[in-house]
Write a protein of this length. Structure first.
Length: 82
């Protein structure tokens, strides 16, 4: 199985997005970035490139407060498939 957290972190290092952290709970993955209103298609493309397009299911993109900070960011959540 792919190290999901490491693969996503590596992929975001080469983008303009400020990745907060990657959380994995069973097969549910949560990827918050600090940029409010970030392009959902661009975020999804970064994640698909890191994990493969077939690895993502039920993708949701929301805008919300990030980890107790005053910052509002964009969060991509999805179910991971092997």
């Amino acid at each position: 199985m792919t190290d999901i957290k490491a693969a996503i972190r590596d992929a975001f290092e080469h983008t303009e997005y400020d990745l907060v952290d990657v959380a994995v709970n069973r097969r549910h993955v949560r990827v918050p970035v600090r940029q409010e209103g970030a392009d959902p298609d661009a975020l999804r493309a970064v994640i698909e490139e890191a994990l493969g397009a077939d690895a993502l299911a039920a993708v949701t993109v929301t805008t919300e407060r990030i980890a107790g900070e005053d910052t509002v960011g964009t969060v991509v959540s999805f179910r991971y498939r092997d």
